[in-house]
Design a protein around this ligand. Structure first.
Ligand code: DX5
Ligand code: ZN
Length: 226
């Protein structure tokens, strides 16, 4: 399985966000992870469709929008219009998840379903055949720079088995992806991948004062043994 690295721009320099997105692409990132927070679903406010539209011209990579917002059904058309390629909504924030997943796919976008750390995998049972991506939160959503919750590896392993058994396919016939988000660093990325994750979000491990974006991504790839 090829592991994808998805830098989260949450930890980037917002005064020069376009350039920071371009640096991630030049440094070998696979996706650009965009954390959208509304101050209600999570206790923090970040950015909306206007900002996604502004940074879209800076990279051809897949834009992976992680909506940590209430009532995401009201905003998916906006995120689709400004160029999000994957739109992930939280199980905990949606009443009619099956309808919403289909609405996202009807816009030609990939639909992701995210679970908070305390939300059990059993919640995915009915939606799994329809999902293009499952995002497992390995920190409580709202902030970058938190520590990886160690029991997440076991959850990832169990989800990997569920995905392999159901084997959902996206619009292009590719298998649904298992993404892990929060606290992923060079020191633990190999174990998270070994547990069964295939898209690894990294915010503060990519955008920080110690390293350039390119050398941070290279460190993550080295840690993966690539
Ligand atoms: C948390 C966000 C994550 C986070 C990742 O609410 O969804 O994407 O920014 O940042 P790090 O890698 O610093 O935990
Ligand atoms: Zn995220």
């Amino acid at each position: 399985m090829t592991i994808k690295i998805a830098p989260s721009i949450l930890s980037a320099d917002f005064a020069r966000l376009g350039g920071q997105v371009a640096e991630a692409e030049a440094g070998g990132a696979d996706y650009i992870h965009i954390d959208v927070m509304d101050g209600h679903f999570v206790p923090n406010i970040t950015l909306g469709p206007l900002v996604v539209e502004a940074i879209r011209p800076y990279s051809k990579l897949t834009f992976d929008a992680h909506l940590m917002i209430e009532n995401p059904q009201l905003y998916i058309a906006d995120f689709a219009r400004v160029g999000a390629d994957i739109i992930t909504v939280h199980y905990e924030a949606v009443t009619h998840l099956h309808r919403l997943v289909q609405a996202i796919q009807s816009m030609g976008k990939r639909a992701g379903v995210a679970l908070n750390p305390a939300t059990p995998l059993a919640c995915l049972e009915e939606i799994l055949p329809y999902a293009d991506l499952i995002l497992i939160m390995s920190v409580n959503p709202g902030f970058g720079g938190q520590s990886y919750i160690p029991t997440t590896n076991d959850k990832i392993g169990r989800l990997r088995k569920m995905l392999d058994a159901v084997n959902p396919r996206n619009l292009s016939g590719k298998p649904a992806e298992l993404e892990v988000d929060g606290g992923v660093k060079a020191s633990n990325i190999a174990s998270v991948a070994a547990a069964g994750a295939e898209v690894l979000v990294a915010g503060s491990a990519v955008y920080n004062k110690e390293q350039s974006v390119a050398s941070a991504i290279a460190s993550l790839r080295r840690a993966l043994g690539e």
